[in-house]
Design a protein around this ligand. Structure first.
Ligand code: 5BU
Length: 492
């Protein structure tokens, strides 16, 4: 670890977290096991200031350690731009290792000018087992080049140091995973619980350089322990990228409710009455504003007042599905002016990323932009719906990758497998105490089933409450049962 520039190191750690160069969740790794933490330093090429800082720190590190070599060589591909900057800044010639030999011309694996006996410093972004470093070292060695040291940005502390040392290569890392975890915790970005869970995972999952695990099957058990459904809403609030997700997670945790009421009634007064009665037991009130027959602006004023009085958020279940331009108009204009009052909306992912961009565009320059969010639909409760696995996978990508993730609060879906990122909220409709179907294809599950088996964070209940003889009592029962199921789910 670098000892100098402590403030710069801390700032860089926070910046890397901010730009999603690493995240927490449940990620499939190359070695065939899931990991609670995932690094993707490929994104840094999009942030020249981060590239500059990382490469400056690498150069400082090389100087501090007095590592002198004739060449530098980056491990393909992510470390190539970093190695390039290091080479230029230090005036040290670079070598480029091809991943595959060309099948024409020179068939060379190593590009650049070198002689047998030359020394070469390896540059790498993230080290897990160290096997990628060893692949590069092997090819350099086969040309007679001597490699004794590697500078790396992040050491995941899963056996890499020892694995490469066995081949005579010393690893010097800017960051260890422990440093990153502790820094994020000190700066209030993640809970102690997350630090401990990841540390436990890392200790249990140590990898040999051939990709096998130290300790046989045990690592697989450790990998299963850290999934979004095991974490508390408080700790997930800290991991959320969307301000609305943070707010909703915290609201749920303090009010101790994960119930969303679907207020599917057609008269404004009936909705307001329901909101007043059920308000104390819900975290969200879901509307379909286009079914209200006597809509007026005062309905919205009254609904907002109830949401403030009882501390719940408003979700307009508009299910936007058009091109970005139309969606921006539907969200901000027309009779309902949804963006003026709905904290959250729902949208289909059918049009692709432009659906999120369209919604965000409607808020451009608006003060409330940071107080809005969207739930993306990745699955439906309707019997025979057309959503398939590929659609779900792509919906997850829209929700978790790219520049608009701060607007995505969660995912509307029916099962745990739709997304893994713990900073998103799973909203699951189709909840009723008596599991059944309705005449129009709705399929119901119990509160316990959706929370414990299907990964729901919030259960949406409409007719289960609206048609009850005593709606307040029904809301309390649903709220209690959903909450108890959540507490059981996260209990160790
Ligand atoms: P119910 O009365 O509990 O069946 O109402 C369910 C609500 O959730 C209703 O407003 C639907 O529009 C909404 N819903 C759903 O039921 N299933 C889905 O997959 C999605 C939304 Br998306």
């Amino acid at each position: 670890m670098v000892t100098k520039n402590a403030d710069q190191m801390k700032a860089l750690a926070l910046k890397l977290f901010e730009i999603n160069a690493f995240k927490f969740g449940d990620f499939k790794m190359k070695v065939g096991i899931n990991s609670p933490v995932y690094f993707d330093l490929r994104v840094i090429v999009s942030y020249p200031d981060v590239m500059k800082t990382v490469s400056e720190l690498l150069v400082a590190h090389i100087k501090e350690l007095q590592l002198s070599s004739k060449h530098v060589c980056g491990v393909p591909y992510t470390a190539l731009p970093l190695a390039t900057i290091v080479s230029v800044q230090q005036h040290t010639p670079m070598l480029v290792r091809r991943k595959e030999a060309k099948d024409y011309g020179t068939k060379k694996l190593i590009e650049g000018i070198y002689h047998a006996g030359d020394t070469c410093l390896i540059v790498e972004d993230v080290v897990t087992s160290g096997s990628s470093i060893l692949d590069t070292v092997r090819d350099l060695k086969s040309e007679g080049i001597v490699c004794t040291d590697a500078v790396v940005v992040v050491d995941r502390e899963q056996g890499g140091v020892a694995n490469i040392a066995k081949h005579g290569v010393r690893m010097h890392s800017l960051f260890t995973l422990s440093f990153l975890l502790n820094t994020l915790h000190e700066e209030g970005r993640i809970e102690r619980e997350t630090v401990d869970a990841v540390a436990k995972y890392i200790a249990a999952v140590q990898i040999n350089s051939d990709g096998s695990f130290v300790g046989g099957d045990k690592p697989h058990e450790a990998a299963n322990e850290f999934s979004r459904t095991k974490l508390t809403y408080e700790s997930r609030a800290n991991l959320a990228k969307s301000p609305l997700a943070k707010r909703l997670f915290n609201l749920m945790a303090t009010k101790k409710t994960n119930l969303c009421l679907a207020a599917d009634l057609t008269k404004a007064d009936a909705i307001l009455d329901m909101a007043d009665k059920c308000g104390p037991y819900i975290c969200l009130l879901k509307t379909h504003v286009d079914i209200v027959e006597d809509f007026t602006e005062s309905f919205i004023v009254n609904l907002k007042a109830l949401s403030a009085r009882h501390n719940f958020l408003l979700l307009e279940d508009r299910k936007f599905a058009d091109i970005g331009n139309t969606v921006a108009l539907q969200y901000g204009k027309g009779i309902y002016k949804i963006s003026d009052w709905a904290d959250l909306v729902t949208a289909h992912t059918l049009p692709g990323r432009s659906i999120v961009q369209g919604l965000k565009a409607a808020l451009d320059g608006n003060d409330v932009a940071k107080e809005r969010g969207v739930f993306l639909l990745a699955e439906m409760s309707a019997n025979g719906n057309l959503i398939d696995e590929k659609y779900k996978e792509n919906s997850n990508k829209i929700a978790t990758e790219g520049g608009d993730v701060d607007f995505v609060t969660g995912v509307v879906c029916q099962s745990t497998g739709c997304f893994a990122f713990p900073g998103l909220i799973q909203l699951t409709p189709g909840v009723k105490i008596d599991e059944s179907v309705d005449k129009l294809g709705q399929q119901y599950n119990t509160p316990e089933h959706v929370i414990k088996e299907r990964g729901a964070d919030i259960g949406v209940v409409g007719r289960g409450i609206l048609q009850a003889a005593n709606v307040e009592k029904a809301a309390l029962t649903y709220s209690d049962r959903l909450w108890a199921a959540y507490e059981e789910r996260v209990a160790k």
